[in-house]
Design a protein around this ligand. Structure first.
Ligand SMILES: Cc1cc2nc3c(=O)[nH]c(=O)nc-3n(C[C@H](O)[C@H](O)[C@H](O)COP(=O)(O)OP(=O)(O)OC[C@H]3O[C@@H](n4cnc5c(N)ncnc54)[C@H](O)[C@@H]3O)c2cc1C
Length: 462
């Protein structure tokens, strides 16, 4: 960050967006729709980001896909779910705005930009009181980021790749004047701007920042995009922006190991369980996959096995990731718990006892000592499946404090003159704990804040 009034730059673009993941590409579409000329700067040769690593699922309430599937939902109910999962920590006004804007944002991406969304109606995510996850056909974030890039390119939006922003330039009043970007050959270019959107995610790829803010996962596998080095946070701090909930994050307790493939949490919510190397359960898996990361990492060898059956595998197969895990043999199959123990190396007596206890709890519709309530209609039956998993950090949820137009705020609540943040660059709606993360909060704030930021930045220059 450099402060220097009167600086001259090579060329000028009214709205500059740093980062071409979901937040940046959505912001670009919205800014251009508002009438602005836009430039997206992306450090990688091809836009991918954490968005491409995700399942690409965006929660939204009151959409037409929900109506078609007979799912009753509302923005108020969605906002209440977000606040409940995040222990009431996030800003309630911002949460209400984001929940209200999610449905219109997903419908806009479908109707104006041709993204073929559908709602996941065959299983639920913990903490969501309605089925409201929307995804593209492959249920993969790669398809999402490719579709967003295609939409931006179709509208002539310039996405400059291999362009890592290394420096922001501001005047004495904190007004951003331009950026310096570095090319892979070490050469640099400078771009002047009127409005700047930070869409370069959080600090999950920066081991020092993770150690400082999320010490419990300092040694955990980071499963997000390594290019997300906390640049937005560091620039914002240098500008005097307010930051919040820096310990907040999305973990995940079901990353196949050593395959390194995300195993959908449907394996749990549909009746599966996790056991440790001793063949014993160790937690209420239904609290959520985010907090389960630390639970798994506390087990022997920092590993667990997720155990489910053929019916659940049928549901999980809608995810590209799960199909890949099957294709490379990461999913073990056996006809009996005894055979499953032999195939996984788990102690047979303990595993058989654990699974029969679980099935009894299900038959009784009972709650176990961890507090998990089981359902009679979720009995496991042969063939059984198991996958060895570990816990991982997916992305950080703390960041720059923004208002309901995604403008970056100072600690006194005033906004910086021309700076916006969206997605992982902004403080999200998950509060300060892993357990505050409601499934989909990541892409929710990428897409909704991205759209709000782009619309506001575009309107400011149009
Ligand atoms: C395995 C996995 C599964 C997930 N599944 C889901 C899910 O199903 N639903 C959900 O809601 N969330 C999910 N998430 C979280 C979700 O992926 C993120 O919250 C979301 O993608 C953030 O979007 P973004 O645009 O802010 O960041 P990103 O998609 O990471 O994009 C940021 C971009 O900025 C670029 N960049 C960084 N620094 C610079 C710089 N200095 N100059 C130029 N460019 C820069 C990066 O290269 C990157 O392309 C998942 C995450 C992971 C890792």
């Amino acid at each position: 960050m450099v402060r220097q009034s009167g600086k001259t730059f090579g060329f000028h673009v009214p709205v500059v967006i740093i980062g071409a993941g979901a937040a940046g590409l959505v912001a670009a579409l919205a800014a251009q729709e508002a009438g602005a000329e836009v430039l997206v700067l992306e450090r990688d040769p091809v836009p991918r980001g954490s968005t491409a690593l995700s399942a690409g699922l965006i929660p939204a309430a009151g959409t037409r896909w929900q109506t078609e599937a007979g799912i009753a939902d509302s923005a108020a109910q969605f906002a209440a779910d977000i606040m409940a999962k995040a222990h009431g920590e996030p800003d309630a006004t911002l949460v209400a705005r984001i929940a209200a804007e999610a449905g219109p944002a997903v419908e806009w991406l479908a109707d104006t930009h041709g993204l073929p969304f559908s709602v996941i109606s065959d299983f639920s995510y913990p903490g969501h009181s309605a089925r409201r996850m929307h995804g593209l056909p492959s249920r993969s974030g790669e398809e999402l980021v490719d579709a967003l890039r295609g939409a931006a390119e179709a509208r002539g939006i310039e996405i400059l790749c291999d362009a890592r922003v290394t420096r922001l330039h501001a005047d004495e009043n904190d007004r951003l004047l331009g950026v310096t970007l570095e090319r892979p050959d070490g050469s640099t270019e400078e771009v002047a701007l009127c409005q700047l959107v930070l869409a370069c995610n959080g600090y999950g790829g920066n081991a020092d920042l993770v150690r400082a803010h999320i010490p419990t996962l300092a040694d955990a596998l980071y499963f997000g995009h390594t290019g997300n080095q906390g640049d937005a946070l560091l620039w914002g701090e240098a500008l005097g922006a307010a930051t919040r909930h820096l310990s907040g994050h999305q973990g995940h307790g079901s990353v196949a190991h050593p395959a390194g493939i995300l195993i959908t949490w449907a394996t749990i919510t549909e009746g599966g369980v996790q056991v440790n190397a001793e063949g014993r359960r160790f937690s209420n898996e239904m609290h959520g996959y985010s907090e389960q990361a630390a639970e798994v990492l506390r087990q022997p060898n920092r590993m667990a096995w997720t155990i489910f059956d053929a019916r659940i595998a049928g549901i999980a197969r809608q995810f590209e990731d799960f199909r890949q895990a099957e294709a490379i043999g990461a999913i073990v199959t056996a006809d009996t718990p005894q055979a499953l123990a032999a195939r996984t190396g788990l102690p047979a007596e303990a595993l058989i006892s654990t699974l029969s206890d679980v099935e009894r709890l299900k038959l009784d519709g009972a709650t176990d000592t961890f507090g998990r309530a089981f359902r009679a209609d979720q009995q496991l039956s042969a063939p059984f499946h198991a996958v060895r998993v570990t816990g991982a950090l997916f992305h950080t949820q703390g960041g720059l404090v923004v208002d309901e137009h995604a403008r970056v705020l100072r600690p006194d609540g005033t906004s910086l003159p021309n700076l916006y943040a969206a997605g992982g660059a902004a403080c999200g709606v998950s509060g300060s704990q892993a357990s505050g993360y409601l499934s989909g909060n990541g892409l929710l704030t990428a897409v909704v804040l991205g759209r709000l930021a782009g619309a506001a930045a575009g309107a400011a220059v149009a």
